[in-house]
Design a protein around this ligand. Structure first.
Ligand code: PAF
Length: 295
């Protein structure tokens, strides 16, 4: 089946049919903005969709594809929440007209062996704990770009390393698409929205607030420099025994070594209860524009 109509929404499953649709849209002068997702849509995805819908004259294409190759184990894949009907309802509410929901067979037909290998940053941070993860992410994103040929693609800053690596891929492989990040959406207490948050029990949900609290504590002392940022964030995490830290790292915005002074990114990953969570924040290191706080 190529497409199904749900109200104003058309769900395409066949890559070739979808390519024909987006090609017609571009010919008619409508930029195509892709919001790639794995489903289990929440308010963070809603923010991505709203950013796409705000592009003048554009048509938003939401892809819903649970890419099995980017999961470290069958257990992780099975545990990932699935809510296809609710996802379509959310898309309808946001006025999305096009959803691409291909099958695994359509995205990875037998014999499609070519993959994208990320540069060295793909083996660091998340990549150090999840071997092959970013190769699988970049490969599926490259396929989506090939099928949809979007003018723009929007990614959440919550998965900051993913955003940086997709931007690198597009630059290095000269892909003709603009990749933009959309700020992380948070609960009132600071917890970054994630499809995985459904796995937090009451105790873990309380403990998980330590992640964003640690990032805020680090960002607050940015003017005091690198060591102060890591110490402040580390102190908050150390006070919460239910948080098992994987990494806490300070980098430059492209994820190379942190500068002594200037824009930087503080990133962390931790297991809380049974759930691995990631989060990050942008900050400035060293003196502010008035010269205060120079280390
Ligand atoms: O961030 C995600 O949901 C996924 O990694 C993506 C970009 C849709 C690729 O499967």
């Amino acid at each position: 089946m190529t497409s199904r109509l749900r109200g104003e929404l058309t769900v395409h499953q066949d890559p070739a049919a979808l390519s024909a649709v987006t090609s017609r849209l571009r010919s008619a002068g409508h930029p195509v903005v892709l919001v790639p997702t794995m489903g289990a849509l929440h308010a963070g995805h809603r923010a991505l969709i709203r950013a796409a819908q705000a592009v003048p004259g554009a048509r938003t294409m939401v892809s819903i594809y649970l890419n099995p190759l980017q999961f470290g184990s069958r257990h992780d894949l099975d545990r990932y929440p699935r809510s296809f009907d609710a996802d379509l309802a959310l898309c309808c509410e946001e006025g999305v007209e096009l959803v691409f929901a291909p099958s695994v067979a359509a995205m990875s037909p037998p014999g499609s062996d070519t993959t994208v290998t990320p540069g060295p940053i793909g083996a660091q941070l998340e990549g150090a704990s999840r071997a092959g993860h970013f190769a699988a992410v970049l490969t599926v994103v490259a396929k989506l770009f090939g099928i949809v040929a979007p003018d723009r693609a929007l990614f959440g800053e919550k998965d900051y390393q993913q955003l940086v690596l997709v931007q690198r891929m597009v630059a290095d492989l000269r892909m003709d698409v603009q990749v933009l990040g959309v700020p992380t959406v948070r609960e009132a207490d600071g917890l970054a929205l994630s499809s995985r948050n459904v796995h937090l029990d009451a105790e873990a949900r309380v403990a998980a607030v330590a992640l964003s609290a640690a990032l805020s504590a680090g960002a607050r002392v940015g003017v005091q420099g690198h060591d102060a940022v890591l110490a402040a964030a580390g102190e908050v995490l150390a006070r919460q025994p239910a948080v098992e830290l994987d990494y806490l790292a300070l980098r430059n915005p492209q994820l190379g070594p942190a500068p002594r002074q200037g824009p930087a990114r503080l990133l962390l990953a931790a297991t809380v209860g049974t759930t691995r969570l990631i989060d990050n924040v942008g900050l400035r290191l060293g003196a502010d524009s008035n010269g205060r706080g120079a280390p």
